[in-house]
Design a protein around this ligand. Structure first.
Ligand SMILES: NC(=O)c1ccc[n+]([C@@H]2O[C@H](COP(=O)([O-])OP(=O)(O)OC[C@H]3O[C@@H](n4cnc5c(N)ncnc54)[C@H](O)[C@@H]3O)[C@@H](O)[C@H]2O)c1
Length: 297
């Protein structure tokens, strides 16, 4: 088997590449806008540097490829609010081009990294795949559009709606950093853990190895089609998360608050029954995943 991972130098992509190598050869197409060479240290793969928007590079990346994992994207909700046209270009037009090129190259299967953001602020919980989408940001709109492109494609394609992924190699810095790496970095440095808003907003935090297992499962189990949530099935408030990280890191850092961010979803709780029924299940509860993350530091 031969795999293409777009965005393979990123946080999730680099974990996926490591788990794919025992099954076949891997090509990565990444422009390093947020990915890092260090993420691929010691990994033996065919690395093509460039954008998914470049049709020539796409065709080159897809020669002989059987399975495509499309992870490259503008990944931040606040960034998409600030730059909606760029988000559309990257996430919608980019996905259209990768799907088209994969179809031309006669790949067997396509797996898209989608997001729980497509559910938006609809108060119905837990989120099941049959709920009507309610995207509340350009990022969420773009992921939903990507799912629709998959559904319309001639290529067998599956979209996985990741909830809040965490694990080693996730960037703790920058204006759009996710809560887990940011809190852990602050806890270890003894500096304040800063929460956007009151901290009562909830998320489902899922360990990166559960995500890579779901991606590989979706590629290999040909009966899967359509959209599937990938999460731990446990909802946690941001305040609880900050307190748990402080305790695991044996830190006495204070917890502080700043104003809530625009377009942030208030509550998020996932149903994972649809994917579980096909044979995948999460293996890492939050406390175990956070301990593994701390050990990897
Ligand atoms: N991390 C999460 O919690 C989460 C949640 C839901 C969905 N997702 C989705 O999972 C995927 C991976 O996210 P991540 O957290 O690993 O982010 P990441 O930023 O670490 O990875 C994205 C990768 O895509 C690359 N990339 C971006 N634009 C590109 C382009 N035009 N051409 C080629 N490569 C490009 C980046 O350099 C980077 O290596 C994304 O599609 C994201 O939307 C992530």
């Amino acid at each position: 088997m031969k795999f293409l991972v777009t965005g393979g130098a990123g946080f999730i992509g680099s974990h996926l590449v490591a788990h794919l190598l025992p099954h076949g050869s891997v090509t990565i197409l990444d422009n390093f806008v947020s990915g890092k060479r260090d993420n691929l240290a010691g990994v033996s793969c065919n690395l093509i540097e460039g954008s998914i928007l470049d049709s020539h590079l796409l065709a080159q990346s897809l020669i002989g490829v059987t399975h495509v994992f499309h992870l490259a994207a503008m990944v931040s909700v606040p960034e998409s609010v600030a730059h909606p046209a760029e988000c559309h270009q990257m996430n919608v037009e980019g996905t259209r081009r990768v799907l088209h090129a994969a179809t031309q190259a006669r790949a067997a299967r396509f797996v898209l990294a989608s997001s729980c953001a497509v559910y938006g602020n609809d108060p119905v919980m837990p989120k099941t795949e049959s709920l009507p989408p309610a995207p509340a940001s350009p990022y969420a709109e773009s992921k939903l559009a990507g799912e629709r492109l998959c559904a319309e494609s001639a290529l067998p394609a599956v979209a996985l709606r990741f909830f809040n992924v965490y694990g080693p190699r996730q960037d703790p810095r920058g204006p759009y950093a996710a809560a887990v790496p940011r809190f852990l970095e602050s806890a270890l440095a003894g500096s304040p853990l800063t929460i956007h808003g009151d901290g009562r907003q909830t998320r489902d935090f899922v360990y990166v190895d559960d995500i890579t297992a779901a991606l590989i499962h979706a590629a290999f189990q040909t009966e899967l089609q359509g959209v599937y949530n990938v999460a731990s099935g446990q909802s946690t408030s941001i305040l609880e998360l900050a307190q748990t990280i402080r305790s695991i890191a044996h830190s006495s850092s204070p917890i502080t608050h700043t104003p809530a961010r625009p377009a942030d979803v208030r509550f998020s709780s996932a149903s994972i029954e649809r994917l579980r029924a096909t044979g995948w299940q999460p293996r890492f509860p939050l406390s175990q995943g956070l301990s593994l993350l701390l050990q990897a530091k």
